[in-house]
Write a protein that binds this ligand. Structure first.
Ligand SMILES: Cc1cc2nc3c(=O)[nH]c(=O)nc-3n(C[C@H](O)[C@H](O)[C@H](O)COP(=O)(O)OP(=O)(O)OC[C@H]3O[C@@H](n4cnc5c(N)ncnc54)[C@H](O)[C@@H]3O)c2cc1C
Length: 396
């Protein structure tokens, strides 16, 4: 009887966590299964590049996990029953159920519509591969001078607008910001951003809250009509409702409330990592949904799972958010450091060096997930007690 660890989602958090667990736990007494809706490791941080027509090859999860012992179940998770410790899935083989002793929930997030009329019907987004591919098809059909409006002045909105303007100078790209463009950046970084927008010819509609989307325009709160052959909705991420529906304790955002070790505060057999975890950072604030947070939280979750199963002390992984690294097309970027209160520090790095660094970060994240056996210890760790269906409750 092996201890069954089920990891939901093979994005930045789940794929790395599964590899990391397989690298360190002995297959003699643990069995690791990853459930993912699609067969590839989708690098979400590149989806705006995919949408504008760049050729990107995503790695197959079967190749990534080859030789690790991790089992891959290609299916969509439809529910979790934390009392029975089962996960409901549906896939090519029909509906099914998976039993777990320990669950790591890492289903990420998708676009937040904020119930704005017309967004679901007419807007596009870059938060998932299928939606990015739908947008790619639409953009490919657009002729010279067509208008593309990106709604949202956050990191993804800025990256999307600049990437589109650089790759398709024939389009007329605009961005709608609720406040001032880059208001959260340091003054020097903000000036850098404005210069980039000017260079790309992007129109910034500042203090413009979009309250409705129609097929060829968006309507702002003050009634202004902004022309948009294509509206790209980039006003934040929302988590899937599965966790809330399952009875796990969730925050207002629907994210799973976890303790310092990423363990659910309501169900100790369940851990969460990445966008779907409501994890408090060292500054006392919830960690932002980001790749960096997906890294910290999955490392903390796997360290805790391994320690509790093998009888060691749970190590504390740093949960500190250092800054935002924003691509501005392929040749420019801004790296803005933040302080403990998440206020931008005066120091920032901009231009080609920042772009090269960002490119290295993206490659590094992809590489570390694609090479789960790198640094494999010679001896894997055995469970402290005989594998038990009582799971972590006895080993805690
Ligand atoms: C265009 C774009 C650019 C970004 N740029 C940056 C950046 O520069 N820096 C940064 O820090 N962050 C960036 N982010 C945010 C970052 O991508 C996310 O915070 C990160 O992907 C979160 O990792 P995750 O593992 O929690 O979720 P994901 O990477 O979304 O992985 C979730 C996984 O779960 C799977 N899944 C979802 N639902 C189901 C289901 N029901 N059943 C089965 N499988 C399912 C998905 O297929 C996916 O494999 C960007 C996001 C976007 C969209």
């Amino acid at each position: 009887m092996k201890h069954r660890i089920v990891v939901l989602g093979a994005g930045y958090a789940g794929a790395f966590a599964a590899g990391s667990l397989a690298r360190r736990l002995s297959p003699a007494d643990t069995e690791i299964t990853v459930v993912n809706a699609v067969p590839d490791f989708v690098e979400r941080m590149r989806l705006h590049q995919l949408a504008i027509g760049q050729d990107l090859a995503f790695r197959k999860l079967t190749d990534i996990f080859a030789g690790t012992g991790v089992r891959l179940r290609l299916a969509r998770v439809t529910g979790v029953d934390p009392e029975r410790r089962t996960v409901a899935v549906t896939g090519e083989d029909g509906d099914g159920e998976l039993a777990y002793d320990t669950l790591l929930y890492a289903l990420g997030s998708s676009v937040a519509h904020h119930d704005v009329p017309g967004v679901a019907e007419y807007a596009f987004d870059v938060t998932g591969r299928s939606s990015a591919l739908r947008l790619r098809e639409r953009l490919a059909d657009l002729g010279e001078g067509a208008t593309v409006l990106v709604v949202g002045e956050g990191l993804t909105g800025i990256e999307t607008a600049t990437e589109f303007a650089e790759s398709r100078p024939d389009l007329s790209v605009a961005l709608a910001a609720r406040g001032e463009l880059g208001a959260w950046l340091s003054p020097r970084a903000r000036r850098h951003l404005r210069r980039s927008f000017d260079r790309f010819g992007i129109t910034a509609h500042e203090h413009t809250r979009i309250e409705a989307v129609e097929p060829t325009r968006a309507i702002a709160a003050d009634g202004t009509s902004v022309p948009a052959d294509v509206t790209v909705w980039s006003a934040g991420f929302a988590v899937h409702p599965i966790a809330a529906a399952s009875g796990l304790e969730v925050a207002e955002t629907g994210q799973i409330v976890v303790d310092r070790t990423m363990r659910s505060v309501s169900h100790p057999d369940v851990y969460a990592a990445g966008d779907c975890a409501y994890a408090i950072g060292e500054n006392g604030r919830p960690l932002p949904m980001s790749c960096a947070s997906a890294g910290f939280t999955n490392m903390q979750a796997t360290a805790a799972i391994i320690a509790r199963l093998t009888g060691g002390e749970v190590p504390s992984v740093g949960l500190k958010y250092y800054g935002n690294h924003i691509s501005l097309g392929r040749r420019d970027a801004i790296f803005q450091m933040v302080d403990a209160e998440v206020r931008s520090k005066s120091w920032f790095l901009g231009g080609r060096t920042a772009a090269r660094l960002k490119s290295g970060v993206l490659k590094g994240a992809g590489w570390s997930i694609a090479h789960p056996t790198f640094g494999m210890p010679k001896r894997k760790r055995r469970l402290a007690t005989a594998p038990s269906r009582a799971g972590l409750r006895v080993a805690a």
